[in-house]
Design a protein. Structure first.
Length: 354
């Protein structure tokens, strides 16, 4: 595979470890392991390698699917990687709604061809007609993230259903990356629940605050999941035993409490950032989740220059918008603990004043 350099991950690798505060983190604050029973017993492969059947049955049921229509993965990153490889052959075609997490465009582009359909800023509206025009006879998959990363745009259930109908009418699958779905006040139904052409990927990383588990899933038609599992034999083989053990607890009796806490943090921090933006004359589309796409302040050549100035002068990492194809924006993540968020914002304020 000839695949593009992952710009955002290279930016993080360059700056994350030496900085003091990560205001580019795209998930909710991390939960402490003390909250869970952390003894999974024997640390062998998970058998069967697509995950514990009872837990798969439970998670698949949330998508109106059966356990044979779901496989556990190493985060949503692997789930998306496997989905594309299950759906596309060399010379295949994908339609991807952008801006988006780079893996959603780079992986299919390494397999076949990608047509990007951009959202319309500043409200980041999705033009379903533009997606329809981009679909070809040979299109295998239409992909999008909901709520969007980086802009935080939440596409409502009616829009998602229209998008599904476009894909299904052309015998293509709709792939929905739903890692932020449960941070929404009124989450849309999972894409996998919409019909035979619906595929959902998700994880415990973003909405649950358990990124370190690297635990996710791919849910959809049995033939797609079976093909993905065959690819998985060459990637991670099985989900981690430790991750699956904690996932049972996070998706079980602790789930309601975890999600309630995380939604409260997201709402509180959202308002803090909104006030800060007003004070500095900066704009965003009011986001759902814990990411916002913010206009770059005046006086900077673009997002890279602004974010580099902030990390070098203030020790705060932001995500340059050029990593998403929009050099006049930067991404801010506000899911971290509130005191860290406030410290980080004050540091950025000081850098702006300087």
């Amino acid at each position: 595979m000839d695949i593009a350099t992952f710009d955002l991950e290279r930016w993080f690798d360059e700056h994350e470890h030496d900085a003091d505060i990560m205001l580019a983190e795209s998930g909710i604050r991390s939960l402490d392991s003390e909250r869970f029973d952390t003894d999974p017993g024997e640390l062998g492969y998970v058998i069967p390698t697509d995950g514990d059947p009872e837990l798969r049955e439970e998670v698949a049921g949330r998508h109106n699917r059966t356990r044979d229509e779901l496989a556990f993965t190493c985060g949503a990153q692997e789930a998306n990687f496997l989905a594309y490889h299950a759906l596309m052959d060399e010379g295949g075609h994908a339609v991807v709604v952008t801006p988006t997490y780079q893996a959603l465009t780079a992986v299919p582009d390494a397999i076949g061809e990608v047509t990007e359909v951009p959202l319309d800023p500043p409200e980041w509206e999705l033009d379903v007609g533009a997606v329809r025009d981009a679909v070809r006879e040979e299109t295998d998959v239409v992909a999008f993230v909901n709520p969007n990363n980086p802009a935080g745009k939440h596409h409502d259930a009616e829009t998602v259903k229209e998008l599904y109908d476009v894909a299904a009418t052309h015998d293509a699958y709709l792939l929905g990356d739903e890692v932020y779905r449960l941070l929404a006040e009124s989450p849309t139904p999972p894409v996998a629940s919409l019909g035979d052409y619906g595929i959902s990927t998700s994880s415990l990383s973003k909405s649950y605050g358990l990124a370190g588990l690297r635990f996710g899933w791919l849910c959809g038609p049995r033939e797609v999941v079976s093909a993905a599992v065959e690819w998985k034999d060459y990637t991670t083989i099985s989900p981690g035993a430790f991750g699956q053990h904690v996932a049972r607890q996070a998706l079980g009796e602790q789930e309601d409490e975890i999600l309630a806490e995380n939604r409260e943090i997201a709402a509180r921090n959202h308002d803090i950032v909104a006030d800060w933006l007003d004070n500095h004359g900066l704009d965003w589309h009011d986001p759902t989740g814990v990411n916002g796409f913010v206009t770059v302040p005046d006086g900077y050549a673009g997002s890279r220059e602004f974010c580099r100035t902030v990390v070098e002068d203030a020790g705060v990492v932001l995500a340059p918008g050029d990593c998403f194809g929009y050099d006049d924006y930067f991404r801010i993540g506000f899911g971290l603990p509130t005191d860290e968020l406030e410290d980080g914002l004050e540091r950025v304020s000081a850098a702006l004043r300087a």
